[in-house]
Design a protein around this ligand. Sequence first.
Ligand code: ZN
Length: 81
Amino acid sequence: MNEPEHTSQPMFPDDKQTGEMHGYMCKVDFECELGFAEGGNTVYPSVENLKERRKCTPQCGIVKVAVRCLEVVQAEKYTDE
Ligand SMILES: [Zn+2]
Protein backbone atom coordinates (compact mmCIF):
# COMPACT_ATOMS: atom_id res chain seq x y z
CA MET A 1 0.00 0.00 0.00
CA ASN A 2 1.41 3.39 -1.02
CA GLU A 3 1.94 6.23 1.43
CA PRO A 4 -0.51 9.08 0.81
CA GLU A 5 1.17 12.00 -0.92
CA HIS A 6 1.88 14.86 1.47
CA THR A 7 0.71 18.23 0.23
CA SER A 8 0.00 21.60 1.76
CA GLN A 9 -3.68 21.18 0.86
CA PRO A 10 -6.15 19.55 3.23
CA MET A 11 -7.44 16.21 1.92
CA PHE A 12 -11.04 17.42 1.91
CA PRO A 13 -11.09 21.21 1.39
CA ASP A 14 -14.44 22.98 1.63
CA ASP A 15 -13.56 24.86 -1.56
CA LYS A 16 -11.80 22.57 -4.05
CA GLN A 17 -10.85 25.53 -6.29
CA THR A 18 -8.90 27.43 -3.62
CA GLY A 19 -8.09 24.59 -1.20
CA GLU A 20 -9.76 26.61 1.58
CA MET A 21 -11.19 25.15 4.73
CA HIS A 22 -14.16 26.98 6.25
CA GLY A 23 -14.75 27.51 9.94
CA TYR A 24 -16.25 29.85 12.51
CA MET A 25 -14.82 32.38 14.94
CA CYS A 26 -15.95 34.77 17.65
CA LYS A 27 -16.50 38.02 15.68
CA VAL A 28 -14.53 40.11 18.21
CA ASP A 29 -11.57 37.68 18.05
CA PHE A 30 -11.61 38.04 14.27
CA GLU A 31 -12.04 41.82 14.06
CA CYS A 32 -9.91 43.02 16.95
CA GLU A 33 -7.45 40.38 17.95
CA LEU A 34 -6.29 38.32 14.97
CA GLY A 35 -3.28 40.55 14.31
CA PHE A 36 -2.45 40.75 18.02
CA ALA A 37 -3.32 37.19 18.98
CA GLU A 38 -0.19 36.05 20.76
CA GLY A 39 -0.96 32.44 21.66
CA GLY A 40 -3.42 32.19 18.79
CA ASN A 41 -7.14 32.49 18.16
CA THR A 42 -9.27 29.42 17.68
CA VAL A 43 -11.21 28.63 14.51
CA TYR A 44 -14.06 26.18 15.23
CA PRO A 45 -15.37 23.56 12.77
CA SER A 46 -19.06 24.41 13.25
CA VAL A 47 -21.32 27.11 14.69
CA GLU A 48 -22.54 24.57 17.25
CA ASN A 49 -19.00 23.77 18.40
CA LEU A 50 -18.13 27.48 18.66
CA LYS A 51 -21.27 28.22 20.73
CA GLU A 52 -20.54 25.24 22.99
CA ARG A 53 -16.93 26.30 23.67
CA ARG A 54 -17.28 30.10 23.68
CA LYS A 55 -19.95 31.57 25.92
CA CYS A 56 -19.18 35.10 24.62
CA THR A 57 -20.92 34.64 21.25
CA PRO A 58 -24.30 36.15 22.23
CA GLN A 59 -22.42 39.41 22.90
CA CYS A 60 -19.49 39.11 20.46
CA GLY A 61 -21.22 37.61 17.41
CA ILE A 62 -19.96 34.96 14.99
CA VAL A 63 -18.14 35.10 11.63
CA LYS A 64 -17.56 32.38 9.03
CA VAL A 65 -13.92 32.34 7.89
CA ALA A 66 -11.75 30.62 5.27
CA VAL A 67 -8.32 29.14 6.08
CA ARG A 68 -5.83 28.49 3.28
CA CYS A 69 -2.18 27.44 3.38
CA LEU A 70 0.00 30.04 1.61
CA GLU A 71 3.38 28.41 2.19
CA VAL A 72 4.85 25.44 4.03
CA VAL A 73 7.33 27.26 6.32
CA GLN A 74 8.59 24.08 7.96
CA ALA A 75 7.78 20.62 6.67
CA GLU A 76 6.65 17.82 8.97
CA LYS A 77 9.26 15.45 10.35
CA TYR A 78 7.96 12.44 12.23
CA THR A 79 11.13 10.41 12.64
CA ASP A 80 14.78 11.07 13.44
CA GLU A 81 16.87 9.76 10.59
ZN1 ZN B 1 -15.98 36.63 21.92
